[in-house]
Design a binder for this molecule. Structure first.
Ligand code: PLP
Length: 482
C-alpha cells in the first residue's frame, strides 16, 4: 500500500515537538501524553472544548515576546504594528460575530474580563462623577481628601449576582474572589419548585437593594436566561446590566440564543471566556455599547498588564472560524446533544435540576437519584473513563465541597462529532456507573462523603465501551504524531 502523505498539521506539530524535545524532552513528552489522554477521555466537562489546530498554532510564536500595553494605534511601547493587526482582526471578528458595538480582546481569562467590566462600570458611574465634582480630569489631579473619599465610594458599591448554588460564578461577587471583597453582594436564586430563575423575586430584591450592577450569567444553570427582563429590572432600579456569557458564548455566536436570550442587545456590558463553548484559545473578552467603550479600553493599565498578543492572534483565528456557517450547525448540535443526554438520563430514572436542559449543560442531582455525593459520583465516573465535575445544586444538602450534583456538558464531545445516538448510550453508561457505585466509609468505618465503592468489573466494562465509542470519533484526526 502506498504511504499516506503526512498532513500539514501532523508535520507542524511533529516539528514543534522535535524542537521542544531538543531542549526539555519531558515537556515534549507531557504535551504528547496530553493529546493521547484527551483522545482517550469521554470529556463531559461543560467548560472545556478542543480548539482547532489553526487556533493552537497561532499561539506558539514570537508574538509571545512582544509588549503592547495600550490599545490599537495607542501603545506605551514602540514596534506594535503587527500586534495592532491581530488585535484589530480579533476585535472586528468579535463585533461582527456578536453584533456588538465594541470589543476588547485583551483580557487573559474570564476573571480578568469580569474585573475589566466591573472597573469600567465603577469608572463610569463612581469615578467620573467624582472627577467632575472636583473639577479635574483624572485621578492624579484629585486632592488627598477627594481621593480618600473616592476610594471609600469605590468600596461602598452594591452588586446583585446569581447565587453559587443556583449556578452563579465565584467572580460574581463572592467573598473568596476579589469581586466579593470589592462589592457588597446580594444573590438572587431560583424557584425552589421549578429550579428556574425567579424574575419577580429578583425584581423585588433589586428594588430593595438598589445595586450599581446586576450580573447575569452562570456556570451551572441548564436553562435560558431572559436578558430582556433582566435589563428591564436593571433600568427600573438604575443598575448597569452586565452579562457574563463565558459558558454559553458559543451558543450566542452560533445563533442558537437569539432575541430575549441573546445578551448583546440587552446588556450594557458583556464578558466572556474564549475557550469554552466558543472553542477558541484560553482567554477572555469584553463586549460593550458605546457608553462604556472608553472605560473598557482602559482595562490596561486598570487591571491588566501587557496583553498576550499570541493569544489575541489565536482569538482572531477562532473568531474567524466561529463566523463560518458550520459553527451555527455546531452550536445547534451542542444543544441537541445536551437534550438527548437529558432525555436519556431522565428515561433511566435520574433527577435533573430543572428536569432537563435548554443549553449545553445538565446538572444531575446524584444525591436524590443515586444516594451519592457529587464527589463520590465524580470519582466513580472518572474510574470508568468518564470525565465530569461535581457541582452544587440549589440548597445543596452536601455543601459546596462535596456537593450533590454532577455537571455534564456537550461542547467538547460535539466537536469530536458525537451525536444524539451516542448521547443516549453515554446516558446509559453514566446511569450504570452511578447505580452501581455506593457510598464508602472513612478509615474509622464511619460514612464518608468522599469515598465510594464500585465493582472494578463495572468500571472496566464502562471504560472499555467509552473508549470504543470514541474510536469512531477520533480527536484531531488530521494529527498523527506516531
Ligand atoms: C461564568 C464564568 N465566568 C468566569 C469564569 C472564569 O474564567 P477563567 O477561568 O478563564 O478565569 C468562568 C470559568 O469557570 C465561568 O464559568
Amino acid at each position: 500500500m502506498p504511504e499516506q502523505p503526512l498532513s500539514t498539521e501532523s508535520a507542524a506539530f511533529r516539528a514543534a515537538l522535535d524542537v521542544i524535545r531538543a531542549v526539555e524532552p519531558r515537556v515534549a513528552d507531557a504535551i504528547g501524553q496530553e493529546i493521547a489522554d484527551q483522545r482517550e477521555m469521554l470529556k463531559l466537562i461543560a467548560s472545556e472544548n478542543y480548539a482547532s489546530p489553526a487556533t493552537l498554532l497561532a499561539m506558539g510564536n514570537w508574538f509571545s515576546d512582544k509588549y503592547a500595553e495600550g490599545t490599537v494605534g495607542r501603545r506605551f511601547y514602540a514596534g506594535c504594528r503587527n500586534v495592532d493587526t491581530v488585535e484589530s482582526l480579533a476585535a472586528e471578528h468579535a463585533k461582527e460575530l456578536f453584533g456588538a458595538r465594541h470589543a476588547y480582546v485583551q483580557p487573559h481569562s474570564g476573571i480578568d474580563a469580569n474585573l475589566v467590566a466591573f472597573w469600567a462600570v465603577l469608572a463610569q458611574r463612581v469615578e467620573a462623577p467624582a472627577l467632575e465634582k472636583a473639577g479635574v480630569r483624572q485621578v492624579n489631579d484629585l486632592s488627598e481628601e477627594d481621593w480618600a473619599e473616592l476610594r471609600r465610594a469605590f468600596g461602598n458599591q452594591r452588586m446583585l449576582g446569581m447565587s453559587l448554588d443556583a449556578g452563579g460564578h465565584l467572580t460574581h461577587g463572592f467573598r473568596p474572589n476579589i469581586s466579593g471583597k470589592m462589592f457588597d453582594q446580594r444573590s438572587y436564586g431560583t424557584d425552589p419548585v421549578t429550579g428556574l430563575i425567579d424574575y419577580e423575586a429578583l425584581r423585588a430584591s433589586a428594588r430593595e437593594f438598589r445595586p450599581l450592577i446586576i450580573v447575569a450569567g452562570y456556570s451551572a444553570y441548564p436553562r435560558l436566561v431572559n436578558f430582556r427582563i433582566m435589563r428591564e429590572i436593571a433600568d427600573e432600579v438604575g443598575a448597569t446590566l452586565m452579562v457574563d456569557m463565558a459558558h454559553f458564548a458559543g451558543l450566542v455566536a452560533g445563533k442558537v440564543l437569539t432575541g430575549d436570550f441573546d445578551p448583546i442587545p440587552h446588556a450594557q456590558i458583556v464578558t466572556t471566556t474564549t475557550h469554552k463553548s466558543l472553542r477558541g484559545p484560553r482567554g477572555g473578552m469584553v463586549l460593550c455599547d458605546d457608553s462604556l467603550k472608553d472605560q473598557v479600553d482602559r482595562g490596561c493599565p486598570m487591571v491588566l498588564g501587557g496583553p498576550l498578543p499570541h493569544v489575541m492572534a489565536a482569538k482572531a483565528v477562532a473568531l474567524a472560524e466561529a463566523r463560518q456557517e458550520s459553527f451555527r450547525d455546531y452550536a445547534r448540535r451542542i444543544v441537541d446533544n445536551s437534550r438527548a443526554l437529558a432525555e436519556g438520563l431522565v428515561r433511566r430514572g435520574a433527577t435533573l435540576v430543572t428536569g432537563g436542559t435548554d443549553n449545553h449543560l445538565n446538572l444531575i442531582d446524584v444525591a436524590s437519584s443515586y444516594g451519592l455525593t457529587g464527589r463520590q459520583a465524580e470519582a466513580a465516573l472518572l474510574e470508568s473513563g468518564i470525565v465530569t465535575n461535581r457541582n452544587a445544586i440549589p440548597a445543596d444538602p452536601n455543601g459546596a465541597w462535596y456537593t450533590s450534583g454532577i455537571r455534564i456538558g456537550t461542547p467538547a464531545l460535539t466537536t469530536r462529532g458525537l451525536g444524539v445516538a451516542e448521547m443516549d448510550e453515554i446516558a446509559g453508561l453514566i446511569d450504570r456507573v452511578l447505580t452501581e457505585a455506593v457510598p464508602g466509609t472513612t478509615g474509622k468505618g464511619t460514612p464518608s462523603k468522599a469515598q465510594h465503592a464500585l465493582d472494578l468489573k463495572v468500571a472496566d466494562e464502562v471504560a472499555r465501551r467509552a473508549s470504543d465509542l470514541l474510536t469512531g470519533f477520533p480527536l484531531y484526526p488530521e494529527i498523527d504524531l506516531s
